[in-house]
Every structure is written in C-alpha cells, then in structure tokens.
Design a protein around this ligand. Structure first.
Ligand SMILES: [Zn+2]
Length: 254
C-alpha cells in the first residue's frame, strides 16, 4: 500500500495538493528505476517474487534477480491481467499496480502470514529454517494472488499452510509433506470448486497440485512448490500425464 507521508509533506510545502504521477514510496518496497530484459539486482528479484504467479501454464518463474525472457513473459502476462500496456518493461504503471497489490509487510493484499500459518507464530520447527519457511510462504501467497485474480477476484479459502513437525504429526500429515517447508497451501471449497482451483493452479507456478481423486484430498485442493512437478487430481482431469507436451521454463538460466 502507498505510504502517504511523503505526499503529505510535498503537498504541505507546495501549499496545494497535486496528484503525483507516481508513488514516491511504498511501505513494503519501492522500485527506483525501470526494469527491462537484461537488468539484474535485488529490485529484479523483488519484481520476480511478485510475478511468480504469472509463469505460464506448467512453468515456474525463477527468482534469481536476473531479468531474462521468462521474467519478461511473466511481466507481460501480469500487465495484460491488469489492463496495463503490455510492453514487458516494469515502469511507473506496473510499479503502482504492485504497490496497490501489496501490504506493508510485502504480502499480497488478499493473503497474510497469519493465514498461511495457523500452527505457530515463529515459523520454526519445520524442515527448513524459519526465515526460509516464511519466504516460501510469501512466494506461495503471490502465486495465490495471481490465481485469485484470474478466477475473478473471488476469495480463496486457505485451510492450512506452514506446519512444524509437531503440527504436521497432529493432523496426520505425511513426513515428507511440503507443509513442513512452508510452501504448501490447502484450499477449501468456497466461491470456487476444488476442481476449478486444481485446474487453475496449473497456470500459476505450482509444481505440486493434489486434489479430488488423489487419496485424502477429496475435501481440499493442495498446492505447493516441491522440487519436481507432481500434479494429481484425477477427478478434475488434472494429472502429470496430461502435461507432457508442455516444456516447462525454469527461470531465465542459460
Ligand atoms: Zn496440503
């Protein structure tokens, strides 16, 4: 969200309020230059986190701080999704849209860390360090934000996210569950059916999708960021076998 302090100061000095043509600062992160293919740095990495839900069907966008063709393609999809000029260059219009989409803790406006962790408040006790689990959850939230928008901006109901080992054991989770890494999210039925979400998730950077038809997943759809793709929701027509013709893009590497 926008930070109004600088605008207020500016308006006071000028004695008259003039609507700025760009956000001067944001409570989460502020970009200070336009970004296009060939750019690299932390500002590119911050952009990639927010574009991670726009990799294209079956693909995953690398979050490596290097602006390559896959990042450009994801940016174009984002710009198209929000009716912006789809030029593949992140400038004022793109950044302003991103500022409007994020909270001051850098989570997307429709999801929160608390929502992604009803196990503990420290993100500790899982299979990765707490900071890693939290960073993984942030990436999942941006993917979900993209999926939420693609599905008409109706709420997605999160029923489980990060779990410590003890939390995972208490709900009978598998010992290798991605919930222990912080990147898994379970979605309950709401405005969208479980199958609709499992199908749509294929477009938003989730390597793992489990839903109706997969054992113990008839009451929720599970998405995650496991190391290699595994999609199984047989009752929804979602399976790994169904995507063999798709060539996944893993970031922008050579
Ligand atoms: Zn799950």
């Amino acid at each position: 969200m926008f930070v109004s302090l600088l605008l207020t100061v500016t308006a006071t000095i000028a004695g008259v309020f003039v609507m700025p043509d760009k956000a001067l600062a944001d409570g989460c992160y502020t970009w200070n230059r336009n970004l296009a293919e060939g750019a690299s740095g932390e500002d590119v990495r911050q952009l990639q986190i927010r574009l991670s839900g726009y990799p294209g069907y079956g693909a995953v966008l690398g979050v490596d701080g290097a602006f390559g063709p896959a990042t450009r393609a994801a940016l174009v999809r984002f710009q198209q999704a929000y009716g912006l000029s789809a030029d593949g260059v992140a400038g004022t219009a793109t950044f302003n849209r991103l500022y409007a989409l994020q909270d001051d803790d850098c989570t997307p406006v429709n999801f929160s860390y608390a929502e992604l962790n009803n196990c503990n408040s420290t993100w500790s006790g899982g299979n990765v360090p707490a900071a890693t689990a939290k960073a993984n959850a942030l990436l999942s939230m941006w993917k979900l934000q993209a999926m939420r928008h693609a599905l008409g901006d109706q709420p997605l109901r999160v029923t489980s996210g990060f779990r410590s080992v003890s939390c995972n054991n208490s709900v009978g989770g598998a010992s290798s569950s991605r919930h222990l890494y912080g990147d898994a999210v379970d979605l309950g039925e709401g405005p969208h059916s479980l199958c609709r979400m499992a199908q749509q998730a294929r477009n938003h950077g989730f390597r793992g999708i489990l839903g109706p038809g997969y054992p113990a997943h008839n009451d929720h759809t599970h998405v995650d960021h496991r190391p290699s793709r595994y999609w199984s929701a047989a009752n929804c027509g979602v399976s790994v076998a169904g995507i063999q013709s798709v060539d996944p893009i893993e970031g922008d590497g050579p």
